[in-house]
Write a protein that binds this ligand. Sequence first.
Ligand code: NAG
Length: 685
Amino acid sequence: MTLLNWDLWGSALSTVPLAALLLIYVTLLPRNSKSSRILPLVDIQDAIVPLSLRVVVVLVAALCVQTVYFGFPRSCIVPTLSLGMAKALSWYFTTQTAQHASWCTVTAIGTFSITSTRNPFTFTSDTHALSHVIASFLALGQIIYMLPKHAKMRSILWGFMLVSLMPYLANLYAVSFQQSSAPDFDYSRQHPVDALMEKAKNDFQRLSQKQSQTYKDAYAEYRRRYSAEPPPGFEAWYQFAASHQSPIIDDFDLIYDTISPFWKISGKEVLAIMGDAQRAPGGELWLCGFSGDSAKTQCSHPSRTDDRHVKLLFDTLSEDLRGTIPDLSFLVSHLDEPRVLIPRPSLGEKKVDSGHFNLTNLSHQPVWDAITKYCPPQTIPSAAKTKRKIETFGLPFVTDLHKAMDLCQHPQYSQMHGLFISPPTFRLIEGLVPILSTGATSTMGDILFPSPAYMEEGFQYDKTHDVEWDDKRNNLYWAGSTTGGFASGDQWRNYHRQRFVELGQNLGVQKHYYLRQRGHIVDRAESPFLNGRSFDVAFSRIFGCQAQACRDQKAYFNSKAWADKDRALQSRLVFDLDGNGISGRYYKLLASKSVPLKQTVLREWHDDRLVPWFHYIPISQGMREVPELVFYLTSTEAGQQRAKEIAEQGRDWFSKAFRQVDMTIYVYRLLLELARLQDPERKAS
Ligand SMILES: *[C@@H]1O[C@H](CO)[C@@H](O)[C@H](O)[C@H]1NC(C)=O
């Protein structure tokens, strides 16, 4: 019901409640038995008492039905009663006005009350806010014009203009006050964003320049990093990667990190346990066979037929790899969520029991304790003192991504992410079972492969749908659904997506932190203000919840009826965060001319080749830094320049390091490692 963002379909749908209301009133109105008209002529004075009694009866009945279906209402009694009183009074005065003037005045009053009472702080654009002020002005004029000429003090009604004008001016003032109180950063003192970007630039230079240039170097580097021989076929892999100008030759640590724990069991044991796991009821695993000669993959599942494009992904990526990789088989998880917890031998035991695994169904249940049970009892604060510390003025800018993603160092994450509180599906496999997943937390042992979602059509970047930086809206955009946690009760308030939308819409009682200057000291200051113009954030679909939790969320959040998948590209800053698993839209954002702000607890295959603060902006789980970050990037000249730089660097790197052949190079190397892992001749080490 607001100007500028109405759509035809939505407006058409709004006739349904209108018709229903009409029907109810016609049914409830006391009838004059002589009249046979369908729409009775009403004398409101006579009808009001019986009508209101009947309305009360209907409301009580509706309340009972609602209570049976959703449980007791959650709203507090005092606001509800005052709202009811206000409604009753408004009806009283409406009928009075209608009697002394005309019913047309009543509609104008309706228009005025809608347009003048929207909170200007929540609007995502200036035009939007201003249009409401203008519309309320026009409606007020119309009301005054339509009142009878003899009405006393008509012109005093113009005073009602303040209802919309005051909040609007207060909003303008708050925006400009924020602007003027931003500290001056100069060369001696940097904004944390600048400092982090400077460091990231060095990190990226190191990453891109130190890669091996010859096979000999690549071989030596493998041995240096992992104290092990590379797998058979490594030389051909190197030639393939080099001939396709792979910008990354050595940095495949994630492959090593996720594969090497399985070296503890022999090749024969690997093959046996894979078969057992796939046959386990409710295991939700695809067993895929890769044929070296044809480079084709065939996958099978005990009960499913739709493999969510797993075969397509491997077939597409390995098209040019005929005859380079031995035949092998591997397990792929059907689910979005990570699967594997690798047991650590407890004290006293020498070796974990390797032939067995436990499969537990933890869907809709808290999984935190299960997936962090092998964390070291006390995390020793890392000796990062030698590194230059970046001054963040107490705001949690992500200065060390590795640490920020380590669950063991952050027990508070247990109540901050849908995956940990109530995952829609979760089948935990505890044991040495090599399983390929698209994303996994720091504590889990899934082997990572590029998500087939990245190849889906809806997630492809299309440059004709992108716009130039200067034409983009200067704000942060996100729209999506409530995926990421199954909601029952009040738990949803802690889920990652809900917390983010709550922040972006400035709902709830929140304090925000900004950097302010007092004298010569820059410090963080608290403020309830969040500039709504800088955030365009909403749910476009609320689902995955029990009836009551769905209703509560629909009441709590402002949601959109629908959102175009490429709408994000109209904004300079685009947010991206986990759903049930990894977010498939990430590559579109990375490839675009916008800058992605990325929050995740999941590691992905590409982590070794992305540099935070150089290719994208990492966001902490608590998001306390987001108000200042968005303010800096949208409202200061230096910040806007910084945002544009990251957008360009990410886009440029995407075209060099995220080509299809780059995924092929990763998968090629991964398959070589998997082939060695399951070689029946290989002994446990
Ligand atoms: C796993 O748990 C969920 C939620 O309790 C349930 O709906 C589902 O049927 C269970 N699946 C299996 C295979 O037991």
